[in-house]
Ligand binder design. Structure first.
Ligand code: M6R
Length: 606
């Protein structure tokens, strides 16, 4: 979850490193640092807190050099402090690291017994000590890193500079993402694509257990045993501008408004209205051979999986189990080689989802993934990937990734339904026609931001919120509550509306705003009863309802209307006001919307 960037070339590198770290800051932002090679020795500059602190330090200190590495941290071992910030230097070796070295305590005590003194509480520092020992024992830079990696257990992406080796940086990965960018007379290392997309579009994705030895002219990749690996770069078509704020106050707001475009890009070219069918590029599933589907994900992506269960069971009539990545492999799941495992992940790097995928593969399941980041580990380890074409999502709170995941799951449900015979041509045709209208309908919801702003002002000081939904909109209640929690720090709970009477109803009084998802469809009457139960206890009801529902306005305190669409498509619209509401409330409360406290965009630790 930390961010790594590295540069080797002819340009002064400090501003390039800071620029890369700025784009990686969403991965962690409790401290940051750089190591710049200056006259054969690395100079380390680090500061606690956000990147601006490091920027000020760098402006003061003016480090010079054309080879450097940088890091933005999300603390795992050792509290956020300057001392624990990366790069860590010991002797000749300066190291930045993302991941967790699981055997760090044992290695640390071995090193301490040999007389090593540590200056931080991190697991990373031991890597610098081990490399320096190997250098002192006479190994060259690459050999020293290779020998060190052989001693490490756990997950790492590292980038290393060695004093006296002014023409090389060494990068390596195991269970944490790392890419090498290919330039002209200069090369780069980064945790992800957007960090260096302004510098190059040609990227080499390192695989597990690979080392890249990078000079200005060469990128030599090898495995841990030293066998050379030939891997051509991939051209990334994302536009660097897509990773900028585009005039919006926050990335999150920009990304909310990008959803009509993102959904269009995700469904376009994958639907055939004339054949009433949907296509999954490079993956043909035969439902006759699929006993069960497992949809596995974390956080917001897990909410998409819950919607996916409704869609696939209703349209394809195949049983679906939904699991959290962090739970799946610890319960010895009954997966067989007749099952299809679907991993859903924006980043494609979430450690828990990846571990679940590996467990399913080990048990023989076929693996499909729904992923946004091209070339990410989850996509590379899958038998097929439905890319969500959301473009880079920078705001920590996921928005456009979610609606594009929903879109991809609708495609999958249609694809499976047409092949299982459960979805006839007429119904599939109607669904596809309606799905193609969704981007315009999304725009019409987003155009009513002003109504949501008024509601946000009214409830911004509330202490708690309850979100209620039924059926396919129950996961949207969970998602609405998660959005509010993570960016405004208000306690919020999502609940299936029918469960309210089994406990949460005790919380309701005149202080409690309750958001009720009440679009037309099956379960509508029941949800009206639920919101009446809230009103009877003085709770404040904010309803998301279908346009044209003439009666609901009298039953609620605040009303947000959305176009009247079939239930399968409702989540694509009902979630939008909830994203905007969370955003506005957080903005009013003055929180750091794009980088909320304690969170990171890509959770690459278990
Ligand atoms: O990259 P992923 O989709 O695998 O990430 C999963 C969660 O970490 C992520 O959805 C998280 O819950 C977001 N902060 C939600 O807004």
């Amino acid at each position: 979850m930390c961010g790594i960037v590295g540069y080797i070339g002819k340009q002064p590198c400090v501003d390039l490193l800071i620029g890369g770290l700025r784009r990686l800051e969403y991965r962690g932002y409790d401290s940051a640092g750089v190591a710049i090679m200056d006259g054969g020795t690395t100079r380390i500059l680090r500061s606690q807190g956000k990147l601006n602190n490091l920027t000020k330090l760098v402006a003061q200190e003016k480090p010079v050099g054309t080879l450097g590495i940088g890091h933005t941290r999300w603390a795992t071992h050792g509290r956020p402090s300057e001392q624990n910030a990366h790069p860590h230097k010991y002797g000749s070796a300066a190291v930045v690291h993302n991941g967790i070295i699981e055997n760090h305590a044992q290695l640390r005590s071995q090193l301490q017994s040999a007389g090593h003194k540590f200056s931080s509480e991190t697991d990373t520092e031991i890597v610098a000590h081990l490399i320096d020992d190997e250098i002192k024992a006479g190994k060259g830079a690459e050999a020293a890193v290779r020998a060190t990696l052989a001693k490490l257990e756990g997950a790492y992406a590292i980038c290393v500079l060695i004093d006296g080796v002014s023409d090389t940086m060494i990068a390596a990965r195991h269970d944490a993402p790392l890419i090498v960018g290919v330039g002209d007379g200069e090369n780069y290392v980064a945790s992800d694509v957007p960090a260096i997309l302004n510098l190059t579009r040609d990227m080499i994705f390192l695989e597990e257990g690979e080392i890249a030895t990078v000079t200005t002219e060469q990128i030599a990749i090898s495995d841990l045993a030293g066998n050379p690996i030939d891997r051509p770069p991939q051209r990334i078509l994302w536009d660097a501008m897509m990773a900028e704020k585009g005039g919006h106050k926050h990335f999150m707001l920009k990304e909310i408004h990008e959803q009509p475009r993102a959904v269009t890009d995700t469904i376009r070219d994958r639907l055939s209205p004339s054949k009433a069918d949907a296509y999954i590029d490079g993956f043909e599933a035969d439902p006759a051979n699929v006993r069960k589907l497992f949809l596995v994900a974390c956080g917001t992506s897990w909410h998409a999986a819950l919607v996916g269960k409704f869609l696939i069971e209703s349209l394809a009539k195949i049983p679906v189990e939904v699991d959290l990545g962090s739970e799946f492999r610890y319960r010895d799941p009954l997966v067989t080689d007749s099952d299809l495992f679907v991993a859903i992940s924006q980043s494609g790097e979430t450690a828990d989802t990846l571990a679940a995928l590996r467990e399913a593969k080990r048990k023989g399941a076929r693996v499909l993934s729904v992923v946004n980041v091209v070339g990410s580990t989850i996509s590379r380890e899958s038998d097929g990937t439905v890319y969500t074409h959301a473009g880079p999502e920078i705001g920590v709170a996921s928005t456009k990734a979610f609606t594009t995941q929903l879109s991809a799951l609708i495609l999958l449900a249609i694809h499976l339904g047409r092949r299982s015979g459960a979805l006839d041509e007429a119904r599939a045709g109607e669904l596809i026609t309606d799905l193609l209208q969704i981007p315009e309908q999304m725009k019409s919801v987003l155009d009513h931001e002003a109504t949501i702003n008024v509601i946000a002002r009214r409830y911004a000081t509330a202490r708690d919120f309850l979100y209620l939904g039924r059926g396919i909109n129950y996961p949207i209640a969970l998602e609405g509550a998660l959005k509010l929690k993570e960016i405004s720090y208000i306690h919020a709970e999502g609940y299936p509306a029918g469960e309210m009477k089994h406990g949460p109803i005790a919380l309701i009084d005149e202080q409690m705003p309750v958001i009720v998802l009440a679009p037309r469809g099956s379960g509508y009457e029941k949800i009206i009863s639920n919101l009446s139960e809230v009103r009877a206890r003085e709770g404040k009801v904010i309803a998301i309802a279908s346009r044209g529902d003439a009666s609901i306005g009298d039953l609620v305190d605040d009303l947000i209307q959305i176009p009247d669409v079939r239930p399968e498509l409702q989540p694509l619209l009902t979630v939008l006001p909830l994203q905007l509401l969370a955003y506005r409330i957080a903005d009013i409360r003055g929180t750091d919307v794009d980088q909320p406290r304690n969170l990171a965009k890509s959770v690459t630790v278990e």
